[in-house]
Design a protein around this ligand. Sequence first.
Ligand code: UTP
Length: 274
Amino acid sequence: MIKKCLFPVAGYGTRFLPATKSMPKEMLPVVNKPLVQYGVEEAIEAGLDEVGFVTGRGKRAIADHFDVSYELEHQIAGTSKEQYLESIREVMSKGSFSFTRQTEMAGLGDAILNGRRLIENQAFGVVLSDDLCVAEEGVLSQMVKLYKQFRCSIVAVQEVPEEDIHKFGVIGGEQIKEGIYQVNQMVEKPDPKDAPSNLAIIGRYILTPDIFEILENTPPGKNNEVQLTDALMTQATDGCVLAYKFKGKRFDCGSVAGFVNATNYVYENIYGAK
Ligand code: UTP
């Protein structure tokens, strides 16, 4: 059983400055809910209710969001406004929340290595909450099902147009079932001409715990950061990593355009539908 999910949230969110100067990017609201809450709800839906955040300086608002605000609760208790707290109360009642810090912005791989103590020796999920996923069955739930079948690390992928390939980690592999690939190549942010496919890794992973030891021995790669992609490539060479073309939509909310698209989509299809 997978119970734990790691949220690396230490990044600076520079693409959203000045909004992110003193506020975590993960707290930007898509309509009326912070990005990170969408991710946590997806994890809890998948049964991953032990949530661990790898935070950094200036991210205290995330911890406060998943804690009780006594003043606020007292102020609106018994009024019609209580309904606005329903979703976060539900998340808090179902999940547990732990925090650790990444002291240096040394890359996603390093952030995950920092989360090791929150995970221990078991498979776990990873959510990059700036990727907002909307799907009938949550993307992590889809991946947990696959993990139960294959018992190896899984990365979620989607097809991207050639002009966007340089923004992603890209996989190459052999299709073993409709939409499932055994990975044999992984390149971080390649030139389109060097990309092994148009299948880009998005911010949802299931990782087996041997990834920690691999990360410890992974030297800094592209941009002098410890790249999770490099560690996953080692795992794929020595064992098995699957890429899964998930069902659903993904919005890159780390970019302004993706964030605006997500906001419009959620407002028209999810928020209004309630
Ligand atoms: P990004 O590079 O997209 O996020 O990292 P960023 O650095 O916050 O954003 P920009 O590029 O400056 O606008 C992907 C994810 O990995 C986390 C980030 O928080 C984000 O969720 N991350 C990245 C860390 O936690 N630590 C790192 O050292 C790097």
